[in-house]
Write a protein that binds this ligand. Structure first.
Ligand code: F6P
Length: 321
């Protein structure tokens, strides 16, 4: 293999740039050129790709977002779109592609593999919803952003005897809510996996009030079975003792400079992805298994559900007393 390409796809995640940098520099070490595909599968279909030199990936390690940008695309989902992508890659002499992104992006990678292009996936999504890796790139940074917000909100909640309903991201996965809630000292956590009823949330807040707490924090995942505003209205109508305010952290959770953990994870995954690709592997995703970099098939990574260990749900309950 003499020429490969790299793209970042799906929602951006802090650490994507560190992974791109690791891909480019590892490929150079093996005398392989790396093309950077702009705006993911949409850009691929428009032939938007340029050769990345070591200088072009210099100074990006600490930057959030993705210098290659990312986009959602419908055309690539069609068989014609996938054949067109294969043709464009072939015209550019590209034999292998590294796709850095979430579950939808990894499904796109599989479609490229079906067109005869060798692909390796790198899991990057703040949701941490991908099977086959303990952690995705971006999760740690996002969690730290959430904790910073929770700490600040507790300060103001304390001062006013208020309750806060704080919504965090996670389309179908409550990982950010659960970990953010445990580590940020929430009174109750609402995840899609194990949601308390609104009544349960009200009882938890009432209980906290009766025990003399001067604040109460409910962390709710965006994928919860009821809306954040409905929960807040319900809590206000129940007179738990706390006047309720809402904060939706939204896309602040996706930005920011990657933490040391994310820089290291992204660098290790980027290096490994190139090495597996150059060794002739395809349709695999690199992952973190314990402390080691591992691989799983893209088929498994995109179909098996990523479950959160039940011990964390139990722990959340125990520590919120
Ligand atoms: O998948 C990552 C994620 O941040 C989800 O948590 C969220 O639901 C979604 O992306 C938001 O996507 P967009 O940026 O397209 O609104």
């Amino acid at each position: 293999m003499k020429r490969i390409a790299v793209m970042t796809s799906g929602g951006d995640a802090p650490g994507m740039n560190a992974a791109v940098r690791a891909v480019v520099r590892t490929a150079m070490e093996h005398d392989v050129e790396t093309y950077g595909i702009r705006q993911a599968f949409a850009g691929l279909l428009n032939g938007e790709m340029t050769l990345l030199s070591s200088r072009e990936v210099s100074g990006i390690l600490q930057r959030g977002g993705t210098i290659l940008q990312t986009a959602r695309n419908e055309e690539f989902k069609t068989p014609q779109g996938q054949r067109k992508a294969q043709r464009i890659l072939q015209e550019h002499g590209i034999e292998g592609v590294i796709v850095i992104g979430g579950d939808g992006s990894l499904r796109g990678a599989m479609a490229l593999d079906r067109q005869g292009i060798k692909v390796v996936g790198v899991p990057a999504s703040i949701d941490n919803d991908i099977w086959g890796t303990n952690m995705c790139i971006g999760v740690d940074t996002s969690l730290n952003t959430i904790l910073d917000a929770l700490d600040r909100l507790r300060d103001t909640a304390n001062s006013h005897n208020r309750g806060f309903v704080i919504e965090v991201m996670g389309r179908n996965c409550g990982y950010l809510a659960l970990m953010g809630g445990i580590l940020g000292g929430a009174e109750i956590i609402v995840t899609p996996e194990d949601p308390p009823t609104m009544e349960d949330v009200a009882l938890a807040l009432e209980d906290a009030y009766k025990r003399g707490k001067s604040h109460a924090i409910a962390v709710i995942s965006e994928g919860a079975p009821y809306r954040t505003t409905d929960l807040a209205d319900y809590l206000n109508s129940r007179h738990t003792g706390f006047e309720i305010r809402i904060t939706i952290l939204g896309h602040t959770q996706r930005g920011g400079s990657p933490t040391a953990f994310d820089r290291l994870l992204a660098s290790r995954m980027g290096v490994a992805a190139v090495e597996y690709l150059l060794a002739g592997q395809t349709s695999i995703m690199v992952g973190l298994d314990g402390r080691e970099i591992s691989t799983v098939s893209l088929a498994d990574a995109t179909t098996k559900p990523r479950l959160i260990s039940p011990q964390y749900f139990k722990m959340a309950h125990t520590l919120s007393r």
